[in-house]
Ligand binder design. Structure first.
Ligand code: SF4
Length: 464
C-alpha cells in the first residue's frame, strides 16, 4: 500500500467512489443524529461508557483472568495469542483438528486484522463470509472500506454485477435476471448463504463484548447471519481483542444502548447473541476463545494513546469525517479506516512503516470525530500525540529544527518583536510558496500574508 497522501489522491479522482461515499455517510450520520437526540441522557451514557472502559483497561490483567476462569468453567477453552501469527496458528490448528475444510464467518474486525482468511486458505481451508457487505467484498475480491459497511464504496449496480458474475464460483449462483433492486439482491445473498449455514460444521466469529463476571460473549448484528453461525455449527471459534472485556452485565447495558444508536442509528439492533461456554444439546458442542493482543498491550502502555482501546467499533467517526468522506477507507491501508484507524493502526503496528507514519496526518483535526464518539475518545489529541512520535523519527530533521527555532523565538518577547518587525519590513520579498520539502504544504494552501505592521506596534500606537 502507498502512504495515505498518494492513496487518497488516487481515490479522490474516482467520482463514482466519492458519490457512493457521500451518499452513504450522509444518510447514516443524519439518521444517527436523530436517534441520539431522542435520549435526554446521551451525554451521561457516553460518560458512563468512557468510565467503564477506562476502569476495565486499568485492571485488564484482572478481568482477563476472570474471563479465562469463567469461560473454562462454562465448558469453553481459552487460548492466548500474542500476535497475528500465533492467533492464526491456533485457529488453523483448531479447524484442522475437526477435519473440516471450510468455515462460516461472522463479520469480525479482529480476524481481518490478523489476516485469518488468508492463513486458512494457505492451509486449504475456505472461509465463507456471511455478512452481506463482507460477502460482496469477498466475491468482488475486494477489501473492506468501512468498519460497519465494508462495501460502502459499492453501489447497487456494482453489487448486482458482482453477484451475477462471481456467486457461482463460491456456491449457489445468483438467480437468472437478477436486477439491482435491494430486495432481489438480499434474496440472492440469502439463498447463496443458506446452504453454507446448513452445511457448516465450524464457525469463526469475533465478539463485540465479553462479560467478565460470567465469561459471556456478545455479538451484535443486523442480518441474522451471526445468529446462524453462532448456533448451527458443532465448533465455534471466537477471536477477540483483549480490550473487548466489560466487567459486569450492568456495564454491558450501557454499551447495548450506545452501540446501536452510534453505528446503525437503531434504537436496538435486531440480533444480540450471547453465549457462555457450551450447553449440552444447544448450540456448538465445542467453544474456543482466542484472546488476541497483537499490539494492544503496547497501546495500553501509552498514556495518551491508550484511549483508542475504548473503541467499540461503531464507525460514527468515519461517517462524520470530511477526510474519510472524500478519500474512502482503502486509502488508510489498514482494516481500520477513518479517524479511529488513523490512531489505532499506528499504535498496533508502530510508526516505522510508511503507511503507518502517514496515518496520524490523515486528518484536518476538525474534531467532529470526538464529538460523535460514544466513548469520548479524543481522537484529535491522539493524532497530535502520534504526529509528535512520527516527527521524532529519522527523516524529520527539518521539522524538528523549525519547531526548535520557533520555540526559541516565542520564548523571548524582545526577540519575537524584532522578528515580527523584520518580517513586516521584508513582506514584499516573501515567496508565495515554501521551497524544498515545505513545497507540498503550499501546493494546496496560501502562505499567510504578513501584515504591514506587527499587532503589538499597532496597539502601542493606537491604544497606548
Ligand atoms: S473511535 Fe469512537 S466513534 Fe470511532 S468507531 Fe470507535 S467508538 Fe465509534
Amino acid at each position: 500500500m502507498p502512504a495515505f497522501p498518494e492513496a487518497a489522491a488516487r481515490a479522490t479522482r474516482d467520482a463514482t467512489l466519492r458519490a457512493n461515499l457521500r451518499h452513504a455517510t450522509h444518510t447514516i450520520r443524519d439518521k444517527r443524529a436523530r436517534t441520539v437526540a431522542e435520549l435526554a441522557d446521551w451525554e451521561q451514557l457516553r460518560a458512563a461508557g468512557k468510565a467503564i472502559k477506562d476502569h476495565t483497561l486499568r485492571r485488564l490483567d484482572h478481568y482477563l483472568l476472570q474471563v479465562e476462569q469463567a469461560v473454562t468453567a462454562a465448558g469453553g477453552t481459552v487460548h492466548w495469542a500474542a500476535d497475528a501469527e500465533e492467533a492464526n496458528r491456533i485457529v488453523t490448528g483448531l479447524v484442522r483438528a475437526t477435519g473440516e475444510r471450510e468455515v462460516v464467518k461472522v463479520k469480525s474486525m479482529a480476524t481481518q486484522e490478523i489476516g485469518l482468511n488468508e492463513a486458512l486458505a494457505a492451509e486449504g481451508i475456505t472461509a465463507y463470509e456471511t455478512d452481506l457487505a463482507e460477502l460482496i467484498v469477498q466475491l468482488g475480491d475486494d477489501r473492506p472500506s468501512h468498519i460497519l459497511v465494508p462495501a460502502i464504496h459499492r453501489n447497487r449496480g456494482e453489487i448486482r454485477r458482482i453477484f451475477a458474475e462471481r456467486m457461482a464460483a463460491w456456491g449457489r449462483p445468483a438467480p437468472e435476471g437478477l436486477t439491482d433492486a435491494p430486495a432481489e439482491l438480499a434474496e440472492a445473498a440469502r439463498l447463496h448463504l443458506r446452504e453454507k449455514f446448513l452445511r457448516a460444521e465450524v464457525a469463526v466469529s469475533g465478539a463485540n463484548f465479553i462479560v467478565a463476571e460470567t465469561g459471556t460473549l456478545v455479538v451484535v448484528e443486523s442480518e441474522g447471519n451471526g445468529r446462524m453461525c453462532l448456533t448451527l455449527p458443532r465448533t465455534l471459534i471466537s477471536v477477540v481483542g483483549i480490550e473487548k472485556v466489560v466487567p459486569t452485565w450492568r456495564d454491558l447495558e450501557v454499551f447495548l444502548q450506545l452501540l446501536p444508536r452510534s453505528s446503525t442509528a437503531e434504537r436496538m439492533n435486531p440480533y444480540t447473541s450471547l453465549w457462555t461456554g457450551t450447553t449440552a444439546g444447544d448450540g456448538p458442542s465445542a467453544f474456543h476463545l482466542v484472546l488476541l493482543d497483537n499490539g494492544r498491550t503496547a497501546a495500553l502502555a501509552d498514556e495518551v494513546g491508550r484511549q483508542a482501546l475504548r473503541c467499540i467499533r461503531c464507525s460514527a467517526c468515519l461517517n462524520v469525517c470530511p477526510v474519510y468522506e472524500r478519500a474512502g477507507g482503502h486509502a488508510y491501508g489498514s482494516v481500520y479506516p477513518g479517524p479511529i484507524g488513523a490512531i489505532l493502526t499506528p499504535q498496533l503496528r508502530g510508526t516505522a512503516g510508511t503507511v503507518e507514519a502517514s496515518l496520524p496526518f490523515a486528518s484536518s483535526l476538525c474534531g467532529a470525530c470526538y464529538e460523535v464518539c460514544p466513548v469520548a475518545i479524543d481522537i484529535p489529541e491522539v493524532l497530535v500525540h502520534l504526529r509528535e512520535q512520527v516527527a521524532r523519527r529519522p527523516g524529520h530533521r527539518l521539522e524538528r529544527a523549525a519547531v526548535a527555532a520557533a520555540g526559541y523565538v516565542l520564548d523571548r518577547p524582545a526577540l519575537l518583536a524584532a522578528a515580527e518587525r523584520a518580517l513586516a519590513r521584508s513582506r514584499r520579498l516573501h515567496p508565495r510558496r515554501l521551497p524544498g520539502p515545505g513545497r507540498a504544504w503550499t501546493d494546496t494552501r496560501d502562505l499567510p500574508q504578513v501584515p504591514a505592521e506587527p499587532f503589538r506596534d499597532w496597539w502601542r500606537r493606537n491604544r497606548a
